[in-house]
Design a protein. Sequence first.
Length: 186
Amino acid sequence: MIKKGFLFICALTLSSTALASQIQLNQPVPAVSVSDKGEMVLNNEGKFSYQNWQSQQLAGKVRTVQHIAGRSSAKELNAPLIEAIKKAQFPHDSYQTTSIINADDAIFGTGVFVSNSVEDSKKEFPYSQFIVDSDGVVKKAWDLAPESSAIIILDKQGKVLFFKDGALTEAETNKVIKLIQSTLAQ
């Protein structure tokens, strides 16, 4: 009886792992390029433009990568973490938040609102990186959940230290802040 239960749990764990994301701990995120829109750039005159972005550019700083569907419900899922990051005031020379907005996963007709929200965020946090993914290529490459928010913490080499697709608990939010602090101290 115990063997059957144990085998069932093992099979369930393996099947859910097989369906899990492509993000693996201690590895870089799978390579992906965003060319339809891409990284939002704010020039000295306050004008926005976009440039191609590649995930290989994530190395070099400790990062929080937030991949979010282009809908306010997804943005709210991990808002407590983003608030905690703002409060922590991590040094901009060695830390950066990278938000990847999946504009392909937006409610029909809300594209203008999504763009305006990203522009407002870039103005408020010019040291943060914002990637607008019009085709959802990052979601597909990383096999992320629809209508969601994923959090990935990377070290300076671009290797994954933490990953969760979905809302973080309060304990996970605290764990992430401590993880960023300890990684920056190395």
